[in-house]
Design a protein around this ligand. Structure first.
Ligand code: BES
Ligand code: MN
Ligand code: ZN
Length: 495
């Protein structure tokens, strides 16, 4: 998917399809008005017939009437004024689905005169870009030719009224492009099955992103070095697997020398069987998505490189496969973390926190400005927040405020859950410094409490993306690419 901006009048611009917006009740946007005038009132006629009312989520795709240079005309209903951000997304998303189901290869869209509460036209460009990438994304590399669905739509041109707004839209399109490409990478890594995407594959992907990039260096820590570093928790997860664990460090030096880096740490469990505390068989295939946190770090790093962000950013992927074998960790085993804390592994299925804690200790050496870990950590987060909102916990209000701010603008929602001593006590163990589970209640919180023992030395936030990283059923089953928009925007805002 390619995005660009052009300064042109909508009715004079040549394209496969021209899209303009209409508000419920019949008010036309500036662009729609121009098209209506140029086409002898085509839009007014459509409204008069009553088939198209401009309701939110409604759209109509017509062969272009004479008077405009495009081959098709797409009318997008935006609903009643003032248009809320969510309603804008919903409308654009269904209109894009309609455009993508046609034969049109390129879509020109003009937001002139569109008013979304609290947002400007750059925001409309970035939202449209993200939604277009999502609508046209296909994961079909394992389908034979006859079973691949052709997607024709590959280009979106945002039309600006003049040179000045073109410059603004151009830069928004460039950012949208980086985020869309990052999301595609994240989606594809997430969708890859466990046999195709072991930890070594994530390391390969990190190297691919860094290829030819002077500002990005990659280091892969292998199991031998993990042992020397004392990463007993991470190693206890890969112990039952034939696939060695990998700790991948991607350092992007876009900022000033000596500026403290912002660090992203992603959970990369490439398949989570639960280990000896085996998961039930139903839906276990979905545990190939247990590396979506890692995938979001790789996608965001790709976006950072593509935007050449003036910021020091470090992406860390902590990756292992949680399998069973004679060498697998047993429930009750006690392991020693890199931080020196001992952990009684009461449930081998609570492995995410084990791969994360050693990585969170490792990153102390970078003296970070902030650390955000991203993980499909707990089923409890799905119960609490469902599929729409990621859980957020942490030890630093400023980092969490910044994440909330970025989440609001990208519509990649987060919701904060509390932490505290009283929850921490649920992790007490009679035999070690702590257990790796805290009982049935408040599972998302006790998981974050576990992590917080390893993040005391820097500002930290944790994102539990168990509910948001993938869609688990239906025609849209697959990785979502979230929270790449949120993370990328968070980093952009730090420049
Ligand atoms: N990867 C899972 C969490 C998960 C489960 C994410 C379902 C999305 C959907 C994680 O490793 C896990 O198994 N967590 C356990 C923790 C429990 C044993 C304390 C869980 O949530 O059941
Ligand atoms: Mn698990
Ligand atoms: Zn897991």
């Amino acid at each position: 998917m390619e995005f660009l901006a052009k300064s042109a009048q909508p009715e004079k611009h040549k394209s496969g399809c021209l899209a303009v917006t209409i508000f419920e009740g019949g008010a036309l946007s500036v662009a729609a008005q121009k098209v209506d005038e140029a086409t002898d009132g085509t839009i007014s006629k459509a409204l008069k017939l009553g088939d198209f009312t401009g309701a939110s989520g409604q759209s109509a795709l017509l062969p272009a009437p004479s008077g405009i240079q495009a081959q098709r005309l797409l009318l997008i209903g935006l609903g009643k004024l003032p248009v809320a951000a969510k309603s804008f997304r919903n409308s654009i998303s269904s209109a894009l689905a309609k455009a993508a189901s046609s034969k049109t290869k390129d879509l020109a869209i003009c937001f002139d005169g569109v008013d979304v509460t609290g947002q400007n036209s750059e925001w409309m460009v970035s939202q449209t870009g993200e939604l277009a990438a999502t609508t046209t994304y296909a994961f079909d590399q394992f389908k034979s030719k006859d079973n691949k669905k052709a997607v024709n739509l590959t280009k979106i041109t945002f039309l600006a009224n003049d040179k000045k707004s073109q410059t603004a839209l151009s830069s928004a399109a460039t950012t949208a492009q980086a985020i869309a490409n990052g999301m595609d990478t994240t989606r594809t890594l997430g969708n890859l099955p466990g046999n195709e995407c072991p930890p070594a594959y994530l390391a390969k992907e990190a190297k691919k992103i860094a290829r030819g990039q002077k500002k990005l260096t990659i280091k892969v820590i292998e199991e031998k070095e993990m042992k020397e570093l004392g990463m007993g928790a991470l190693l206890s997860v890969s112990a039952g697997s034939d696939q060695p664990a990998k700790l991948i460090i991607m350092e992007f030096k876009g900022g000033k020398k000596g500026d403290a880096p912002h660090i992203l740490v992603g959970k990369g469990v490439t398949f989570d069987t639960g280990g000896i505390s085996l998961k039930p068989g139903a839906d276990m295939d979905q545990m190939k998505f247990d590396m979506c946190g890692a995938a979001s770090v790789l996608g965001t790093m790709q976006a950072v490189v593509e935007m050449d962000l003036a910021l020091n950013v470090i992406g860390v992927v902590t990756s292992a496969e949680n399998m069973l074998s004679g060498g697998a960790t047993r429930p009750g085993d006690i392991v020693t973390t890199m931080a020196g804390l001992t952990v009684e592994v009461l449930n081998t299925d609570a492995e995410g926190r084990l791969v994360l804690c050693d990585a969170l200790t490792y990153v102390k050496r970078f003296k970070p400005a902030s650390v955000i870990d991203i993980a499909t950590l707990t089923g409890a987060c799905l119960v609490a927040l469902g599929n729409h909102t990621s859980g957020m916990l942490g030890n630093d209000d400023e980092v969490m405020d910044n994440l909330r701010f970025a989440a609001d603008s990208t519509q990649d929602a987060v919701w904060q859950l509390p932490m505290g001593e009283e929850y921490m006590r649920q992790l007490d163990s009679p035999f070690a410094d702590m257990g790796n589970i805290g009982g049935r209640n408040a599972g998302t919180i006790t998981a974050a409490c576990f992590l917080s023992r390893f993040t005391e030395d820097y500002p930290w936030a944790h994102l539990d993306i168990a509910g948001t990283a993938w869609v688990s059923a239906g025609p849209k089953k697959g990785a979502t690419g979230r929270p790449v928009p949120l993370l990328t925007q968070y980093l952009i805002n730090q420049v």
